[in-house]
Design a protein around this ligand. Sequence first.
Ligand code: GLN
Length: 260
Amino acid sequence: MKKIALTLLASLLAAAAAFADEPAEAPAADAQAPVRMITEATFPPYEFRQGTDVVGIDVEICKAIAAELGRGLVVEDVEFDSVLPSLIAGKAELAAAGITVTEDRKMKVDFSVPYVRTGIVLVYAKADPCEDGASAAGKRIGVQNGTTSADYVREQLGQEPEMFDSPASAFAALKQGKVDVVIADIDPAKNLIKGEPDYDISDFLTVEEYAVAIKKGQPELLATVNKVIEGLQDSGRLDEIVDEWTAKADALQSAGEAAE
Ligand code: GLN
């Protein structure tokens, strides 16, 4: 009897402690429900489809954040220009999609500490090289909708880009001669030209940093996200994740080439 009473007391205390830990700013969230990550899965090695699953570096980072919160992870895949609006609308707790931190986006969402330093590059046919921004000016430039590549074309080159729903569809248009050059983030660009000896990429046009975005006004969640990212960086685990998923995305791209 005494043992039962003590067990009961222990579970009451545990329940009270759990209740006290509940982040005050998110009272509606079910602590046991999986964390929802929103992304756009045409961006290897950060997020891409392996069969029906969305996998990649960003998914691994968000899984680690969910694990820190004691929860599972579900991934939702939308168009890139819907990622932040969906986050703001409360459809997910985490947005990770190779999202570059920009001043404009910082006004709408909160960003974690950055987890990669990167940038955009030109993707061009070796037969028609285009190795710097100035050489791209006046050409038909393909970019993914809503990206910093689109911003670059408008703001630095003063022209309208040709819009595509993924870096891969912009690259397909380049191969068909529908655009003269593509601008995309370096890692998906490198992935695109795997097994494409007639194409190459330029040096960086910009320096950018990716971070995880969350809805504004959640300091506890932001602190947890930052702690997890810093932990992955300090332990060397992030480098392993990057290497592992870059190799997997490249293998998938090469297999796709072979199947063509
Ligand atoms: N890093 C770029 C941006 O944030 C592209 C991201 C993407 O296409 N997934 O605009």
